[in-house]
Design a protein around this ligand. Structure first.
Ligand code: ZN
Length: 417
């Protein structure tokens, strides 16, 4: 029957799939700044074309990140059909290798049943799995009805604005055109990620008054002012957030709580140069608040505003202000959505295990699919362990790549039939 045929095609293509993933790892698509995007888009495009797809290379025209030195090139391959499409999307940018590697981060080395390299797990193995899942369906000569699309996109690691957001703004992903989106991010072969918490990234600026450092009582110290806010964040907000737990199945479990992180602080005289004796008249702190669906954005912002007002009342001579940096609403695909059911059934068929539904502590391109494209059915499912992403000696198990390819193939057949 068709299930056995398609699984056999994945097994037959095993070396091809791993070779293709390794080839992608060997292209150092490091972001920032966005190296080798064009080369990687071309390799993906050529592969999709060889698989009989109609391929479009899509420079992110109009985005300021799209420059002659670092062009932002996305790629889509499409097998035509009737109705709205099943879309498999993966980002091909990777974070910098960083220190601590014992392997070549861009060697694409396969050893001990693992594919090593930066981006092996996050998420070039996932891209290979998606592309070959669709190819296995074609090689098994299984008829599907809906169009099937695969895309490779840029800049997920830096927000995805020239990548998935750009596709959505240009209606290449849209509610009308797209039925469901699967993003093979590395959540593991038996986990389906249905959404993520919200992000409220903001900065607080404290403004004081400069004076001579030998007579600090003549000035107003902005760092001292900011310290009142930091006290409140630690002593009042922190415990309150810890007490709030979402019903969403966020992993790791520590992130089921609402959280806040102090990302950075800048104030007063530069500390590396020889400082001049001045009272610090300005201090900025960038905060990263991850909020729960149950909290909502408005309550989250109001709570921060109230906290800053409290700091202001303790330190009336300092002027506090808040500037929003980045906001993403939490998102969650309903558990009874067909895309969730199709993947859960496929996981059962291929692995014999029940699928675990999870949610992500951080955001990924799902946010653009939900918010800009308006596609309600979006999940992440792909090979690799989430905790290896962005680490030295990042790897993806070969067996997991093949398992995920099989699961994706069965899910796509179900969704596209
Ligand atoms: Zn990723």
């Amino acid at each position: 029957m068709s299930v056995d045929r398609v699984l056999a095609e994945v097994d037959r293509a095993a070396d091809e799939i791993v070779d293709f993933a390794a080839r992608l790892v060997r292209i150092p698509t490091v972001n920032p700044p966005g190296e080798e995007y064009e080369a990687c888009a071309n390799v993906i495009g050529d592969q999709l074309r060889a698989h009989g797809a109609d391929v479009q290379l899509l420079p992110a025209m109009g985005r300021h990140e799209h420059t002659p030195q670092h062009p932002r090139i996305n790629v889509i391959g499409r097998h035509d059909g009737t109705g709205s499409a099943i879309h498999l999307n993966g980002h091909f940018d990777v974070v910098p290798a960083g220190l601590g590697w014992t392997r070549d981060p861009f060697g694409g080395e396969v050893a001990d049943g693992r594919l090593y390299g930066r981006g092996s797990c996050d998420m070039k193995a996932g891209i290979a799995a998606a592309i070959f899942a669709v190819e296995a369906i074609r090689r098994a000569a299984i008829n599907t009805i809906a169009p099937i699309e695969m895309s490779g996109t840029v800049d997920e690691e830096s927000g995805g604005f020239a990548g998935v957001a750009w596709l959505a703004e240009n209606r290449l992903l849209s509610r009308e055109r797209t039925r469901a989106v699967i993003i093979p991010e590395p959540f593991g072969v038996d986990r389906v990620c249905v959404g993520h918490r919200g992000v409220y990234w903001f900065e607080v600026i404290a403004q004081g008054r400069i004076a001579h450092g030998s007579m600090p009582y003549l000035g107003i110290n902005a760092i001292d002012g900011m310290s009142h806010l930091l006290d409140l964040v630690r002593d009042e907000l922190g415990p309150a957030l810890f007490g709030r737990v979402t019903a969403m199945p966020v992993v790791p479990e520590g992130s089921r709580h609402a959280t806040i992180n102090i990302n950075g602080i800048d104030g007063g005289q530069p500390v590396d140069d020889t400082p001049s004796p001045c009272v610090a008249d300005r201090c900025r702190v960038v905060f990263d608040r991850r909020f729960l669906m149950e909290e909502g954005l408005e309550r989250t912002r109001a709570e921060i505003a109230a906290l800053v007002a409290k700091a202001q009342s303790r330190m009336p001579d300092v002027t506090f202000s808040i500037e929003d940096r980045l906001i993403f609403e939490p998102t969650r695909t309903p558990e009874d959505a067909p895309v969730v059911g199709a993947l859960a059934e496929a996981i059962r068929q291929v692995t014999g295990r029940e699928a675990a539904l999870v949610a992500s502590p951080g955001t990924y391109d799902h946010k653009h699919v939900a918010r800009i494209a308006g596609v309600p059915q979006c999940v992440a499912y792909g090979p690799g362990q989430l905790d290896l992403a962005h680490q030295p000696d990042e790897y993806c198990r070969v067996e997991d790549i093949l398992t995920a390819t099989k699961v994706l193939a069965l899910a796509v057949i179900k969704l596209a039939s």
